[in-house]
Write a protein that binds this ligand. Structure first.
Ligand code: HGY
Ligand code: MN
Ligand code: MN
Length: 390
């Protein structure tokens, strides 16, 4: 499975992945998923947001069932494990259960959540937010990519019915418990010397769009004193984000920027930048955004919230039970957002398993997990499924 996924959407220059929602690469990944599901005799259903659900057993007749899985899309130049490790491990766990003659008492499913990274249209966990209603379908349809293609156009061009895009209670009703296995995006496990952890919560985080205006002018003839340079404002913004993050003990990133007119010899008239801010508490995140907002206001710019994920605890009893089941593996919270967090926020019992990442590096071609740790993750998922669907 891993070898089949390896080349899909891989950028030859960076060695990272460019697997964006509703692109050709996404279509190939979806075909791969349907192929793996079909090879195991699983029925693949798509929901109103295009998420793929591969069922063993009929969740409508004998549900709700136990669902495992993750996502296959990536950030630009993302790593091989963020997302795919959860999907591949889920199919591998079903194989191991079948090989040991396990007969589930409830339907089982592997899910591929679409557009988890929000790399193309800007909203993370778009697939799971759409079916839970956390992302309004009308707003989603209008989101556009850097080329001006809307999510609605891309969704329709993929052959799906745009009028279906939206909340999907029928699909949610099929989920008794969702367990997402994911490569750890940090050094918790490597510092603890363990292979697997159980997730406790998703830390609060959000994305804000910042628009800074200037006055277009000639780079060679405009005196410095006469300039109204949006790029100077941008420089102050980026500095203020770092100062605010350190001040409030959180993290802030400005990783994406668009410059208008983006010419070497033209003073920028407009800069659009995106702030990603996260912290242990919602107050800390809001304090970071407030400080940045004050700076942006002094620069005559605007801040628009694009997505917000509040502190999202997973079901504590379930997490403790699973950690105990797995020989007392550590409990870790997550600074990264996940579809399991969106489902938990919608009231669906959800849990996460993290697999050791020896460097902690993620959202990078250097992202990696050792084979033994990946196998330990599958073994843990097998035991969790036996516990939940035994
Ligand atoms: O950005 C995140 O936290 C996740 O990788 N979507
Ligand atoms: Mn990610
Ligand atoms: Mn992920």
């Amino acid at each position: 499975m891993w070898a089949a996924l390896e080349p899909i959407g891989r950028d030859a220059r960076s060695g990272g992945y460019r697997r964006f929602a509703w692109t050709d690469e996404d279509a190939i990944l979806r075909e791969w998923f349907a192929g793996e599901a079909g090879a195991r005799g699983l029925d693949v259903l798509e929901d109103r947001a295009g998420n793929q659900w591969a069922w063993l057993g009929d969740p409508d007749a004998h549900g709700p069932g136990v669902v495992v899985g993750s996502h296959l899309d990536s950030v630009p130049d993302g790593g091989a494990y963020d997302g795919p490790l959860g999907v591949v491990s889920s199919f591998a766990a079903l194989d191991a259960l079948r090989d040991k003659g396990f007969r589930p008492s409830r339907p089982l499913a592997v899910v591929n959540f679409g557009d988890e990274e929000g790399a193309r249209f800007g909203i993370a966990c778009a697939g799971s937010r759409l079916i839970t209603g956390a992302l309004d379908a009308e707003r989603a349809r209008g989101l556009s990519d850097v080329d001006g293609t809307s999510l609605g156009e891309a969704f329709a061009r993929s052959g799906r019915r745009l009028e279906h895009l939206g909340p999907d209670r029928e699909t949610l009703a099929r989920i008794g418990t969702f367990v997402e296995l994911h490569v750890e995006q940090g050094r918790g496990l490597v510092d603890l010397g363990r292979s697997v952890a159980v997730g406790t919560a998703i830390r609060p985080h959000g994305r804000w769009r910042i628009d800074l205006v200037g006055t277009a002018n000639h780079a060679g003839t405009t005196l410095m004193a006469d300039r109204d340079d949006a790029m100077q404002a941008f420089a102050h913004l980026v500095k203020s984000a770092r100062i605010a993050a350190v001040e409030h003990d959180g993290v802030a990133t400005v990783g994406k920027v668009q410059v208008t007119p983006n010419g070497v010899n033209a003073i920028p008239s407009h800069v659009t930048a995106w702030l990603d801010a996260r912290a242990a508490t919602e107050d800390q995140v809001q304090a970071i955004v407030a400080d940045v907002g004050d700076k942006v206001e002094s620069l005559r710019g605007t801040v628009t919230e694009e997505s917000w994920t509040g502190a999202t605890p997973f079901d504590g009893t379930l997490a403790t039970d699973l950690a105990g089941l797995l020989d007392d593996v550590p409990l870790l919270d997550s600074g990264a957002g996940h579809d399991a967090g969106i489902l938990a926020a919608a009231g669906i019992p959800a849990a996460m398993l993290f697999v050791r990442n020896p460097t902690g590096v993620s959202h990078s071609p250097a992202e990696f997990a050792e084979r033994d740790d990946c196998h330990a993750g599958v073994d843990a998922l097998v035991r969790v499924i036996e516990r939940l669907a035994g």
